[in-house]
Design a protein around this ligand. Structure first.
Ligand SMILES: C[S@@+](CC[C@H](N)C(=O)[O-])C[C@H]1O[C@@H](n2cnc3c(N)ncnc32)[C@H](O)[C@@H]1O
Length: 198
């Protein structure tokens, strides 16, 4: 489905600008040298991290999206280590200073529990793990994301999975988002930044 969605689009489905969450919280890259951007789509967020000076690795299952990520990086004068990979095909033994998951709510609760475990494993001791997505209020708003309330994040859910690490930011809020045709309009967002104990 995702490959078809990207391949049938003439332009960047989620735009070329990074999620505002990244630009509004530049401190999340402090002290990091390496980053992993998971299910990174067309590269808007990984390119932003590379422009901030990080050595960025990314993957997504869509070859079209990964090709666009490479084009976006070349246009910005940065390099990305991109991979076409499904979630389960990724080498989760690799570890990074910063692990970034932005709008990755394509898994239901059971698969998501395993997804969160893989993200934790990929974060170096002392490193940061970042999630940015939608809360259940997004279902009513309907301006992006899957129409499955069980895939949405709540602060309680994220505390349940990540509360044993240092929570540096956990916030839910509404905001107008313009991220290509994929995310457009009033949105119910949630941010999580946690630091793994050193
Ligand atoms: C809503 S988009 C977000 C893309 C990007 N993170 C961004 O914020 O622009 C979700 C992305 O997840 C990717 N994806 C979905 N299922 C996946 C899977 N099982 N393994 C890897 N990537 C997947 C899709 O190809 C798509 O690019």
């Amino acid at each position: 489905m995702w490959e078809d969605r990207y391949a049938s689009a003439e332009d960047y489905v989620f735009g070329k600008a990074p999620a505002a969450f990244l630009t509004e919280n530049p401190w999340i890259t402090a002290g990091a040298k390496t980053a992993l951007a998971v299910a990174d789509g067309e590269g808007r967020n990984s390119v932003h991290l590379a422009k901030a000076g990080l050595d960025v690795t990314s993957f997504d299952l869509s070859p079209t999206a990964v090709g666009r990520a490479q084009d976006l990086a070349a246009g910005a004068g940065v390099t990305l280590d991109t991979h076409v990979s499904d979630w389960d095909g990724w080498d989760w033994t690799r570890r990074f200073d910063l692990v970034v998951g932005i709008f990755i709510q394509f898994m239901g609760p059971d698969a998501r529990a395993r997804q969160f475990e893989t993200l934790r494993a990929a974060t170096k001791p002392g490193g940061r793990l970042v999630l940015h997505g939608y809360t259940p209020d997004q279902i009513e708003l309907g301006t992006g994301g899957p129409p499955f309330v069980e895939n949405m994040y709540t602060e309680a859910l994220l505390r349940q999975h990540f509360g044993d690490w240092q929570i540096e930011r956990l916030a839910s809020y509404e905001r107008d988002v313009q991220e290509g045709r994929g995310h457009s309009g009033r949105s119910a967002l949630i941010d999580l930044v946690v630091r793994r104990p050193a």
